[in-house]
Structure formats: structure tokens, C-alpha cells
Design a protein around this ligand. Structure first.
Ligand code: PLP
Length: 394
């Protein structure tokens, strides 16, 4: 019997999952595909989870909006690090990963026909959420030569009477680009002039390099009442499997998402929430240590990309490189299949993050630097074997 499911489009996320499926069982794989940190969760966070379990915290259903202690720790963090004052009672919601947060948020805010301005390329989970809500995606191009910053004028020229939301993801995935503070300030003005709500996905905020700054949109003048900040502990504290994210937003938005969350998952695991509480309220040196490790890896990969002759812009945040592989003469998808089959290196092609990006590779820096070096060597061997490498354009 045919099962008629509601259609979910085969998109970037499906492509990424297909490649991960192909990678299963490959021996000595160097996995630079997924964006889940490979570093260990700091021990004091793990200890807090074990303690919570021992105290019997998992016995009862936590409140849908999240444990008060965690919401308090989130409000403290936002004040301390982001210059943002929020009421933990009404303006914070704990979600099961940023993933649940983004999905429910879009369902709560977007009506059919609403237009959402969003950077291209981007993390395509937003696409699925918007499609499900019947929203209209309006892609705003970003450019390699700008380091994948977002040009305010490119946003402005796409605003129509149906524009409702502006999505900002900075530092970005897959590009690792960071929106400059000057551009953020101008985007904040535009949002106020044109009455747009802003979703500011700041999940990579703690991993920035060189001279990059991670200014919070909601902290800019006039933005608190029209910005939803999305964040989580997956990236900052290497806690992907704990599945804890959060939203900070005006009370009516939080109330609407809370209602959906009750239907969707009722609550986020209490054990994970206590671990997130330890992460946000405990010592923070571990974050700087991780940042330095990612920075070192970033340099190793940039040196490898230079050797291979790939054009790329210097990643300023997150933990990805997004080189342009057009010079090899085959599509990035074909190249990724070769890297996987012959080199046992898993990398995602750029079109997993937007259809225009079929020449790019997204390389996650989520393996020790010796393994990254080894991955570069394997990639070079594959390129040489197929005679693909061409000199970098002058
Ligand atoms: C830009 C962005 N937002 C949100 C998420 C969701 O992360 P999580 O659900 O692990 O918090 C990710 C995960 O890769 C991401 O890259």
C-alpha cells in the first residue's frame, strides 16, 4: 500500500544525510561533514548531568518553558555576554536544541504568504521550517569577496509589503562568515524603518577569530522588542547530544512558541537542562580553550587549501571552511563523492546549503589537526589521481 505522507522536499538537509549514510561503514573515515563538535563535553557539565540523574530529576516532567534555574542562567548569560536584559519568567524559552527552537519559532511567526529575507547560502533547516509554514523564502545573496558578510542594501532592495522577517545567522553556517558590526547596525535601522522582525541565530557566537566581533542584534537600540535571539549549548560547550537550545524574545512570542512546544515535545529533558545550567553558570575557560583549538585547526586547513590552490575567504567564525572548488573542473558534489569513495574523507558539497553553491565545499574543522592534515593529503592524492587540479587564478 502506498503511504501518502505530507511532502517534505528533498533538499540540502536530505543531501547531507544521504552522504552521511554513504559514509557509514567506510574504514578510517575522516568525517568533516557534520557540524557537531568532536571535543569532549567539559567534565563539570557531565558531572552535573549525573548528579541530576542521581537526585531523581528525571522523574517528573519539567515545565514546557524550561526549568526556572536554567532560564535564570540564560538571562544571566545574556546580560553578562550580550548586554541584553530579559525577564527569565516571560522572555526565555528552553528548547530541545536550537533545532526545535527554530522550527517552532517559524511555525509561530510565519503565516502563509509572509516573506522571509534570508542569507544565501544558509543552514537549510530554516527552509524546511518556512516551507511547512507556507512562508515565502527570499534569498539575499552574500559574496565571497565580502567574506560572506550580509550587505544591508541587498536586504533593503528585496523588501516588499509582504516582508515580515529577516533571518540573520552570524557567524554563519556553512560560510563561517560574520556580519560586521557596522552592517548589523544598518540592518537594525532597516528593520525598524520597514517594520521587520528579526531572528538572530547566534549559535556560533563564541567562536570568532581575527578581528571579528559578535554583536547581539537584540542589544542594539530599538531592537529588543523586534528581535528573537536563538542560541544553544550544542556548539559552545560541545553538547550536541544533550539537545538544549533557547530563545529570548518579547513575551508574546515566547508564549506562542511555548504553546507549540507543549504539543511538540512537552518539555526538554531535565537531565540535559541541568547540564546546560552547569554550562552557562559554571566556569567559562573551557570555551576559550575550545575556541583556540578551532582557531588552530582553521589555520591548518587554510594552509592545506592554499597548497591545493583552492580559492576561499578566511573564515571569521564558527568552525567551517567554505572553499570554492570551481577550479577543479567537476562539480563539488562529484568531487565530494570522490573524496569519500577514494580518500575516505567526508565533506559536504556547497549545494547542500543552497542550490547556487555547487562549486563550493563545506569542510567542518571537527577533527584533531593531525587528522585534518591527513585529510588534506588524501584530498590532494584524489585530485592528482584524476588530474583535476588547476592553478589558482591569478
Ligand atoms: C546555524 C545553526 N542554527 C541552529 C542549529 C541547531 O543546533 P542544535 O539543534 O544542535 O542546537 C545549527 C546546527 O548545526 C546551526 O548550524
Amino acid at each position: 500500500m502506498m503511504m501518502h505522507t505530507r511532502r517534505v522536499s528533498e533538499d540540502g538537509t536530505a543531501l547531507r544525510y544521504r552522504m552521511m549514510e554513504m559514509a557509514k561503514g567506510i574504514k578510517d573515515l575522516i568525517a568533516l561533514g557534520r557540524g557537531d563538535p568532536d571535543l569532549d563535553t567539559p567534565p563539570h557539565i557531565v558531572a552535573a548531568a549525573i548528579d541530576a540523574m542521581r537526585r531523581g530529576e528525571a522523574l517528573h516532567m519539567p515545565p514546557p518553558e524550561g526549568l526556572f534555574e536554567l532560564r535564570h542562567a540564560i538571562a544571566d548569560k545574556l546580560r553578562r555576554e550580550n548586554d541584553l536584559l530579559v525577564d527569565p519568567h516571560t522572555e526565555v524559552l528552553v528548547t530541545t536544541g536550537g533545532q526545535e527552537g527554530l522550527f517552532l519559532l517559524v511555525q509561530a511567526l510565519v503565516n502563509p504568504g509572509d516573506e522571509i529575507l534570508m542569507p544565501d547560502p544558509r543552514y537549510t533547516s530554516y527552509d524546511q521550517a518556512i516551507n511547512m509554514a507556507g512562508g515565502v523564502m527570499v534569498s539575499v545573496p552574500t559574496y565571497e569577496e565580502d567574506g560572506f558578510d550580509l550587505r544591508p542594501e541587498e536586504v533593503e532592495r528585496r523588501i516588499t509589503p509582504r516582508s515580515k522577517l529577516l533571518l540573520l545567522i552570524s557567524p554563519g553556517n556553512p560560510t563561517s562568515g560574520v556580519i560586521s558590526s557596522a552592517n548589523k547596525r544598518r540592518l537594525a535601522e532597516i528593520a525598524q524603518e520597514r517594520n521587520l522582525l528579526v531572528i538572530s541565530d547566534e549559535i556560533y557566537e563564541r567562536f570568532i577569530y581575527d578581528d571579528a566581533e559578535a554583536l547581539s542584534m537584540a542589544a542594539l537600540p530599538g531592537m529588543r522588542e523586534r528581535t528573537i535571539t536563538l542560541n544553544g549549548v550544542s556548539k559552545t560547550y560541545a553538547m550536541t547530544g544533550f539537545r538544549v537550545g533557547y530563545l529570548a524574545a518579547p513575551a508574546p512570542v515566547i508564549a506562542a512558541v511555548r504553546q507549540l512546544k507543549i504539543t511538540n515535545s512537552r518539555a526538554t529533558s531535565a537531565i540535559s537542562q541541568w547540564a546546560a545550567h552547569a554550562a552557562l553558570s559554571g566556569p567559562q575557560e573551557c570555551v576559550e580553550e575550545m575556541r583556540q583549538i578551532y582557531d588552530e585547526r582553521r589555520r591548518v586547513m587554510m594552509a592545506g587549501l592554499d597548497e591545493m590552490g583552492f580559492v576561499y575567504c578566511r573564515p571569521k567564525g564558527a568552525f567551517y571552511c567554505f572553499p570554492n572548488a570551481a577550479s577543479v573542473g567537476i562539480s563539488a558534489a562529484e568531487l565530494c563523492y570522490l573524496f569519500l569513495e577514494e580518500g575516505h574523507v567526508l565533506i559536504f558539497p556547497g549545494n547542500a546549503f543552497g542550490e547556487k553553491w555547487g562549486d563550493h565545499l563545506r569542510i567542518s574543522l571537527l577533527a584533531p589537526k593531525e587528522r585534518l592534515r591527513e585529510a588534506v593529503e588524501r584530498m590532494q592524492r584524489t585530485i592528482a589521481k584524476h588530474n583535476l587540479g588547476r592553478p589558482r587564478p591569478a
